[in-house]
Design a protein around this ligand. Structure first.
Ligand code: SF4
Ligand code: SF4
Length: 389
């Protein structure tokens, strides 16, 4: 399955050179690393900082790291962090002001224009970034701090070699193979006596970086090995979601009894929105010092699961967990399409894994769809557990 990008081979022993070239060119390299029992994104300076030989096991409300039998660098699915942590940080100071006699001098915040390289971006995440680009850069209003950070990113993508237990990117047409939006894309190939990366070039900047590594062009067999890996991943998704007519399905079912069922379990903790790579909602807070001399305005992540988020003089317009879960899910899968022209869900599975009670967006859609078909809902993950409904 050729996608038209030039393909090269980078041997595992030379992988460090890629990191070194990016650092030498002035990028801070951010990639996956193991911390506190999870794979999270942080600054890396060496291939040894990556989760070498680790994998993850994920299902509704559960995430565990396990040792692999090999020394894969990217042998796991996505963890609790997404790249929005860097492009759309959880707390951003917008401006500050200091009292000067009888007036305040306002100091605007300088834009962050550090050169950053993202190492190990998955296909669903590239799609999530492109969705946030549409919101922050390609809409009627441009968010200048996001735009400034976004313009500096060099993107090294990785094709997923195994699907996570809660992944359903194949259903959302967002993976597992990367198709666009990257400078370089890697497929990690582990054979009995060989470990290498098939490298695809997405941009001139990518070709420039790769040029410093002096890779050799890939042979057909190496390209085919990478194709098989992507096909195997696509065939082993942990979850599926039938998206046919999903917008109208949800619009027809605003009063479905399933919303009461999910509301009885939902803690309105907002975890699903914090981990979701496309959720972008924020609030603004003003903070003053005790003497009233200095004030700062901060933008912070907010969530449609909090009461305050939809507070309009006199009360919240979404006072119940039912109203808040329904708002979140119908926004992701239906109203987002009207608003932005795409689904707001890329099938990364984070909201399922990191929901403390294992609420599963794919099961909720399936239950509503099945009820219209007169079929009883079944769990969407081949086992029975306390989260099964
Ligand atoms: S809604 Fe859930 S599965 Fe979809 S993109 Fe957000 S976190 Fe991922
Ligand atoms: S669906 Fe789960 S993660 Fe989201 S608010 Fe409810 S309990 Fe929290």
């Amino acid at each position: 399955m050729s996608n038209g990008h030039q393909k090269f081979v980078l041997e595992r022993d030379n992988f460090q050179q890629l990191v070194d070239v990016l650092i030498r060119r002035g990028h801070e390299v951010i990639g996956p690393t193991v911390r506190d029992g999870a794979i999270v994104y942080d600054t890396v300076s060496s291939a040894a900082d990556l989760p070498v030989g680790w994998t993850d096991e994920q299902t509704g409300g559960s995430y565990r790291l396990r040792r692999r039998r090999d020394q894969a660098l990217f042998g796991y699915a996505v963890g609790p962090h997404s790249w929005k942590r860097f492009l759309h940080p959880s707390a951003v100071r917008l401006w500050q002001a200091t009292r000067q006699e009888n007036r305040f001098a306002i100091q605007p915040e300088a834009h962050d224009n550090r050169k950053i390289a993202f190492l190990g971006v998955r296909s669903c995440e590239l799609h999530a970034i492109s969705i946030q680009d549409r919101v922050f850069v390609h809409g009627q209003q441009v968010e200048p701090s996001y735009q400034s950070r976004r313009e500096q990113v060099f993107m090294v993508a990785v094709n997923c070699a195994q699907a996570g237990g809660t992944c359903f990117c194949a259903s959302m047409n967002t993976g597992p193979r990367v198709s666009s939006g990257f400078d370089l894309a890697l497929t990690e190939v582990l054979e009995e006596s060989r470990h290498y990366f098939l490298v695809e070039v997405g941009t001139a900047a990518g070709a420039d970086v790769l040029g410093e590594l002096a890779p050799r062009p890939a042979e057909d067999a190496e390209g085919e090995a990478a194709d098989r890996i992507c096909a195997r991943t696509a065939a082993n998704m942990g979850r599926t979601m039938d998206t046919v007519g999903i917008k109208d399905l949800l619009y027809r079912n605003y009063e479905h009894a399933r919303w009461d069922h999910v509301a009885a379990r939902c803690l309105t903790c907002a975890n699903c929105t914090m981990v979701c790579p496309t959720c972008f909602c924020t609030t603004v807070e003003d903070v003053t010092d005790l003497k009233g001399e200095h004030v700062e305005r901060w933008q912070k992540w907010d969530s449609c699961f909090t009461m305050d988020f939809s507070y309009i003089h006199g009360g919240s317009v979404r006072a119940t967990p039912k109203a808040r879960y329904r708002q979140w899910m119908t926004h992701k899968l239906a109203t987002w399409i009207d608003q932005f022209g795409t689904s707001g869900c890329v099938g990364c599975g984070r909201c399922i894994t990191w929901c403390p009670v294992g609420i599963d967006i794919t099961e909720e859609v399936s239950a509503i769809r099945k009820s219209e078909e007169g079929v009883e809902a079944k769990p969407n993950h081949g086992h029975t557990c306390e989260n099964c409904s």
